[in-house]
Design a protein. Structure first.
Length: 318
């Protein structure tokens, strides 16, 4: 897949698997799966619903689409938020040429899969990562959203921060986020690190490794999703904006885990240290922001101690 001119030929044979990690959002999952039934012909090879231990009607909802979608249901026990591990279930079951990762609280247009495939087809090189756009609403009633509805909603992805294309950024992996991105299938690097637990950074760290392995990171500007935000978002930064109690614990610890996994990278270390200086332990022993630059060395060492206590694999390798 190398040129835009070749896309028309490739379209008949190139297909994607859509991977959806989900946890106790059966109505949202049903709406997304309904959208996927409308994908353009010959683009969708498989849909893998990766249940992170919901224990509710999620399986019933997913299996209800088995006659309308090439659907596979996969389950893992509920051991807390383990979205990366859930996505690995999808990667193991993926077929076709590209795997597309979407969250369970988005809606997509009929050309969604095709636009991801197009982004890869137009990219030079054998392997690539394509980042789609996300538009946010807090309420939505209806089925497949109109293109105008998506475009009218607030842009809610990291790429909106950029002044130019992501291909010109020195660290494009920063903009890889799990709500809407796709990767060429087949490389051994395509696996989420199961050392990440709870919310945050398992997707960005995958983008970091893929970039280091030579994957091109590009934008799939035609592959847009409508993100119908949960009343109680799992993203602590969104909780902060909406004046809801945020929980940064796993994000802060995952940031230290990310940094320590790649100790040779000084730029990554500086990136993480610059971020973590804004955090401090509150009276309950939870990581919170206090609006001040704090002792980042204390933050990092405390997180390392916590990680060794909580995650056996880290303790054994220390």
């Amino acid at each position: 897949m190398t040129t835009a001119a070749g896309y028309g030929t490739l379209a008949a044979t190139v297909q994607a698997t859509v991977v959806i990690p989900t946890y106790r959002r059966a109505p949202r999952l049903r709406a997304l799966l309904e959208c996927l039934t409308h994908q353009e012909p010959d683009t969708l090879a498989r849909v893998v619903v990766c249940d992170d231990g919901s224990g509710d009607e999620t399986e019933q909802v997913a299996r209800g689409f088995e006659g309308r979608l090439p659907l596979v249901y996969a389950f893992q026990d509920d051991e807390g938020f383990r979205a990366g591990q859930a996505r690995n279930l999808g990667i193991e079951r993926a077929i076709g040429d590209v795997v597309i990762f979407v969250d369970d609280d988005v809606l997509v247009r009929p050309d969604f899969v095709r636009e991801h495939l197009r982004a890869h087809a137009e990219t030079e090189g054998a392997r690539s990562v394509a980042i789609g756009y996300r538009h946010r609403v807090t309420e939505y009633e209806g089925g497949v959203p109109a293109r105008e509805t998506i475009l009218a909603a607030e842009r809610d992805d990291r790429l909106v921060e950029l002044d130019g294309p992501v291909t010109e950024h020195s660290s494009p992996w920063i903009y890889v986020y799990s709500c809407n991105f796709s990767v060429t299938l087949g490389g051994p690097e395509l696996v989420f690190d199961d050392g990440f637990r709870g919310w945050g950074l398992e997707d960005t760290e995958l983008g970091y490794r893929l970039h280091a392995a030579g994957y091109a990171i590009v934008e799939a500007d035609g592959a847009r999703v409508l993100h119908v935000e949960d009343p109680a978002p799992r993203d602590p930064f969104r909780c902060e904006i909406r004046q809801l109690p945020p929980s940064y614990d796993t994000y802060v610890k995952n940031a230290v885990y990310f940094m320590d996994k790649h100790p040779e990278d000084a730029a990554l270390r500086d990136f993480v240290r610059g971020d973590l200086r804004w955090y401090v332990l509150d009276e309950h022993g939870r990581w919170v922001k206090n609006g001040y630059a704090n002792d980042v060395d204390f933050v990092i060492q405390t997180c390392r101690d916590q990680l060794r206590a909580e995650r056996p694999a880290i303790r054994e390798s220390a």
